[in-house]
Design a protein around this ligand. Structure first.
Ligand SMILES: [Zn+2]
Length: 348
């Protein structure tokens, strides 16, 4: 079968190749891939920045944002042939740490977890894949190809859950939420937050084009420029850029008792603000900065529900390109008008 594979930590080694059918040890459910979405992680693995092949192997099948159709549900699943499914990404560490032991591998404490398409387990960018019943999530059948947006939505659900959990340390009724960055995660965050009835703002460097339009279509307010100039102090900031200056400004700008949730992973940059000044702003306003990554089954369950409640036309505008597996090079290349690129393996 066709698969998109990479030799991790070696740039330029991605290829579309024939590999053996998935091993039954990878799960009792056999799935025909419909689509896999590309995210920054896939691009960074393709660039050789990180990634880990399964033990004893040199190549890793890429892909962690999945949508497939059940071919054979196997003996232990409540799924039926033809059901749409997506696969959880992370698997608990083998020790396990306390969080993995209670089903919160997203909060793993020792870093020994594995992740499909990223760390030591093959991903979903192959014509067929297998999955264990406990990690297969049935996708709302009415979602169609938009079900491929489920995984990034789970990341948002977890982040917002973290925000609410942290906020509950004192009396707190958040009224305003700012998202920094209008990539797929930022736009989905704005959309999911708008379902909760909170006033949503999105700050992005694009002043024109599809991203500001998508923000306004949600009934949210679009800003560009500096976080410091938005004209109000948000109760919540969901930071999706990973850019140092945006992070520092977010911590300074968030309202008293507010929460800044960091979801973007950046690196380097220039220190534009002294750490002590940023910290002082947090101290004097009782603010919290919380990092959030990945998601567990509870978040997947909620994401399925929230995604199905969003406007389908709006969601379909997030997918700006469909590519064939053979065109993996174009799929893994960032283009200016991209929001979400999807590699399509079969018709829905
Ligand atoms: Zn763990």
């Amino acid at each position: 079968m066709k698969a998109i594979t990479v030799e991790p930590k070696k740039p330029g080694t991605v290829r579309c190749e024939d590999i053996p059918e998935p091993d039954v040890r990878e799960g009792s459910i056999l799935v025909e891939a419909i689509a896999a979405a590309v995210c920054g992680t896939d691009i960074e693995i393709a660039e050789g920045k990180y990634g880990w092949a399964p033990p004893g192997k040199t190549r890793l099948v890429l892909g962690h944002e999945s949508l497939g159709r059940v071919i054979d549900p196997g003996p232990a699943s409540s799924l039926k042939k033809g059901d749409l499914v997506s696969g959880l990404v992370r698997r608990p560490d083998p020790v396990p740490c306390p969080n993995c032991a209670v089903g919160e591998a997203d909060m793993c404490r020792n870093g020994l977890y594995t992740e499909r398409g990223i760390k030591e387990i093959h991903g979903f960018m192959s014509e067929r894949w297998r999955i264990e019943p406990e990690y297969a999530i049935k996708v709302d059948p009415s979602m169609g190809i938009l079900g491929v947006l489920l995984e990034p939505t789970t990341v948002i659900i977890k982040a917002l859950e973290q925000v609410m959990a942290v906020g509950q340390r004192s009396f707190w009724e958040p009224k305003t939420l700012l998202v920094t960055g209008a990539g797929p995660i930022g736009l989905l965050a704005a959309a999911v937050a708008s379902l909760a009835g909170i006033e949503v703002h999105v700050l992005d460097r694009n002043k024109t084009g599809p991203k500001p339009e998508l923000v306004r279509a949600l009934g949210a307010t679009h800003h560009s420029g500096s976080v410091l100039d938005i004209g109000f102090e948000p109760d919540v900031i969901v930071e999706c850029t990973g850019v140092g200056s945006v992070i520092a400004e977010s911590i300074q700008k968030v309202g008293a008792g507010g929460v800044v949730c960091l979801t973007g992973v950046g690196a380097g940059g220039i220190a534009t603000r002294a750490v002590a000044d940023v910290a002082a702003a947090a101290v004097l306003k009782n603010n919290v900065v919380v990092g959030s990554v990945n998601a567990n089954k509870r978040h997947w369950y909620k994401a399925n529900d929230r995604l199905a409640r969003l406007d389908r036309k709006w969601l379909s505008r997030l997918i700006t390109r469909y590519e064939k597996p053979e065109n993996f090079k174009q799929a893994l290349e960032r283009q200016p008008d991209d929001i979400k690129v999807v590699i399509q393996f079969s018709e829905i």
